[in-house]
Ligand binder design. Structure first.
Ligand code: ACO
Length: 339
């Protein structure tokens, strides 16, 4: 990437894609492993099943498939991309998975890098990508949200393992012509002082290097979560940040076409909609089928809604991502779709 001539432009959302693993794990199947049941999981979370990557597929395959379907929707060639930005907490290479996806796509003109912000990652990446488009240094970007949390869940911890699944979602954004800007606004927040309630920490395992010198062997412990604290955080902060964003743009919640929230728990989605006085019919949800796929939930849901004709050109969407960090954010945008 080289810096092009600076000009201020807007952002247009032109294509979406997604990919899910073939392997389905139902609540009843999980009950064969841990002391749980379909009724408990469905009632408390809204989740009925999740997808888990098996031996015949990989994390990069999902990212690649999601990217290809978005590029086909927009009818863009991969070489037209300036950026491949991958939001993930579970890359298959800690040095970054985005360059591998860039290479596989043949997006030879794009710079590619990863961004980590757990379940807020996709929203943070969308806003990051928008800055390159707005300042005129890039024209076309691919933003991916993808996670393979199945690798980092403790499958014997019934309090957390029932929640998560794997998926990838993709969004294509373009700098818009003239004065139009489909990204009406955004707000991003972090509070590391409250981060202990949800983490995927390093393992503190030291080995002898030479003589008495030690080194820390790399590795991570499974996800640890205080579900009640995460729940309280989400139902407090998400309505507040959305209200704040809508108010600063003088938008009445009733005038939204869709509320597109990180799919963590059906009760969280309902509570946020109730606080904002938004009809539940405007709350997009596919939790029942996929569970919480972390950075993938928002683009996966967006893509499903676009392909099923729910979201149509011009729709006004308020979106919020939230999760570990703690981190949370909101964006207000209009869907444009392919020209
Ligand atoms: N099946 C059956 N019983 C269970 C299960 C299970 N899977 N899990 C917990 N229980 C039991 C508990 O042991 C407890 O039993 P006890 O009363 O005998 O001790 C009882 O159910 C109630 O447990 P709670 O933890 O109080 O259940 P709660 O109503 O809080 O629901 C849940 C738990 C669903 C996890 C909820 O707290 C929640 O959704 N929190 C948000 C979590 C979340 O969304 N995390 C992802 C954030 S996004 C990201 O960044 C990854």
């Amino acid at each position: 990437m080289t810096a092009k001539q600076k000009s201020i432009s807007g952002v247009s959302f032109v294509g979406s894609g997604s990919a899910i693993p073939a392997q389905i794990i139902t609540n009843d199947q999980l009950a064969l492993r841990v002391d749980t049941n379909d009724d408990w999981i469905s009632t408390r979370t809204g989740i009925k099943q999740r997808r888990v990557l098996g031996p015949d597929e990989s994390f990069s395959d999902l990212c690649f498939q999601a990217s290809i379907s978005a590029l086909e929707m927009a009818k863009w060639g991969p070489e037209s991309l300036d950026l491949v930005l991958l939001a993930t907490s579970t890359p298959n290479d800690l040095f970054g998975s985005a360059p591998k996806i860039q290479a596989k796509l043949g997006a030879k003109n794009a710079v590619a890098f990863d961004l980590t912000a757990a379940c807020s990652g996709f929203l943070f990446a969308l806003v990051t990508a928008a800055q390159f488009l707005r300042n005129g240094s890039m024209k076309r970007v691919l933003v991916l949200g993808a996670d393979q949390l199945s690798s980092w869940v403790d499958w014997d911890d019934r309090k957390s393992c029932v929640l998560f699944g794997d998926a990838a979602g993709a969004l294509l954004m373009e700098s818009s012509e003239g004065n139009s800007d489909d990204l009406l606004g955004f707000k991003l927040r972090s509070d590391g002082s409250r981060g202990d309630c949800l983490n995927l920490f390093e393992k503190r395992h030291f080995q002898t290097l030479v003589n008495t010198n030690m080194y820390q062997q790399g590795g991570f412990s499974p996800i640890q979560m205080n579900g009640q604290e995460v729940y309280k955080f989400a139902v407090r902060e998400v309505p507040l940040i959305l209200q704040d964003l809508l108010k600063s743009h003088q938008i009445d919640p009733e005038s939204l076409d869709w509320l597109l929230l990180h799919q963590a728990n059906k009760r969280i989605l309902d509570a946020v909609a109730d606080r904002l006085r938004i009809s539940h019919s405007k709350v997009l949800s596919n939790l029942a089928n996929y569970g919480n796929t972390s950075a993938a939930t928002i683009p996966l849901m967006l893509d499903e809604a676009v392909r099923h004709g729910k979201i149509v050109q011009g729709d006004l969407i308020a979106s919020s991502g939230f999760g570990a960090g703690l981190s949370w954010g909101a964006a207000l945008f209009r869907w444009h779709g392919p020209s």
